[in-house]
Write a protein that binds this ligand. Sequence first.
Ligand code: F0G
Length: 467
Amino acid sequence: MPPAAAPDSDTGSPLPQATFRFRCIGCGTVAHSAAQDFRCSHCGNLLEISDQAWKSGSLDATTLKSVWRDRRSSNAPLDCSGVWRFRELLPTPASLEHVVTLREGNTPLYELPLASRATGIPRLSAKHQGLNPTGSFKDTGMTVAATFARQAAYRWVACASTGNTSASMAAYAARGGMRSLVLVPDGKISWSKLSQALDYGALTCQLRTDFDGCLHLLQELVRRAPVYQLNSINPFRLEGQKTLAFELLEQMEWQPPDHIIVPGGNLGNSSAIGKALLEMRDLGLIPRMPKLWVIQAEGANALVRTLRETGGKRLVSVQAETRATAIRIGNPASWEKAVKVLQATGGACEQVSEVEIALAKAEIGAEGIGCEPASAVTLAGLKKLLLQGFVKREESVVLILTGNLLKDPDFTMDFHRGSLFQGAAHESENTQLKPFRHPPVVLEATLDAVIQALDHAEKSDRTHSNA
Ligand code: F0G
């Protein structure tokens, strides 16, 4: 049955409203409601949201593109959100008054001239999700999931996190008048992320375990206490994160790049981007599919191993270790969703070393953009894909930068001071990283001292450019 046309509250234009169901990604069971743990009541696998409206053919690509474009010049709060601007392809809350928004999304797509020159790929750009309100891509999903938490009148929302989810959740909970509970691994997340959660008023528990241990505990907790889970297991999160891809394609005049490269941790984001690409293809919004690539840190490479060792049939968990703490995850919850979308787009998963991550992060910093370490795996991964022949120089590539440079100042300071890697094994790598290091210099407060420092910097620039 085609869905009823509902007037669009802000523009007045009649548009079909997306109705939605939950569908199990394992056995395909469809349900109108979901249990607290967002798992299928039959087989225990994860749920996704399946939109009915556009499947019935009631949404037309040309109309959608023009409605979304028009909203960019509207000042209505919902239209100012780079997520809710695409609301025809999102689950619709019962009342738009429930929407919790911080004007998320609307992030820039930057060219990367230095990296373009270094890799020989002229059409290389980066979509910077770190320029969201709380500094990471999590905000685009959080606005949708927090909205549904508020609609369901939850007092408490909760998440396990490597830092960014907790910062984002705490902010959206505060905006939506809800309390938030954060479970983070003690000593293993960056202080700046932790401090965000504190400022936004979260009850923050630093647990003596890793991220996977925190998530496991949260799964138990939601079965026992009336708290609403806001991890990316919550399919509303992924619906919001889909808009990254809608917005990207709109910025590219609906001409898909050949490749989209994204970091992989718990694998919610890659799953969301893949879902969006498939929906856009089915709706006729894009003429062809980009390949989606997930990049992991070598020390947290569960998806790499899962694909290589089992062909994507069985999860190979790992004991995760990496300085890119955002993706220090060994047992990714959304691995099956990610495997499906990678297979559907023809992409795959690659891994990069700690030194490769640090170098790529410095290179992105040198572009005047910057990002947190987990985001830099994208550029490091691109270099590998290029060497392996999976990416060709004449193709177009978009890197998804997931977190802001300011998210992990310890990593950045250690890098510039030369203390990120220790021991003889890293001597040669340190030579590679040296040109990107700009440690602070402590000087007497005299003109001579500053002029000497300038001279020294000038000489060292010349040495590096002749090298
Ligand atoms: N990049 C950053 C900056 C992240 O914070 C995360 C995940 C990822 C990439 C990986 O995304 O999990 O969807 O595959 N951070 C989560 C958190 C786990 O708790 O903040 P994913």
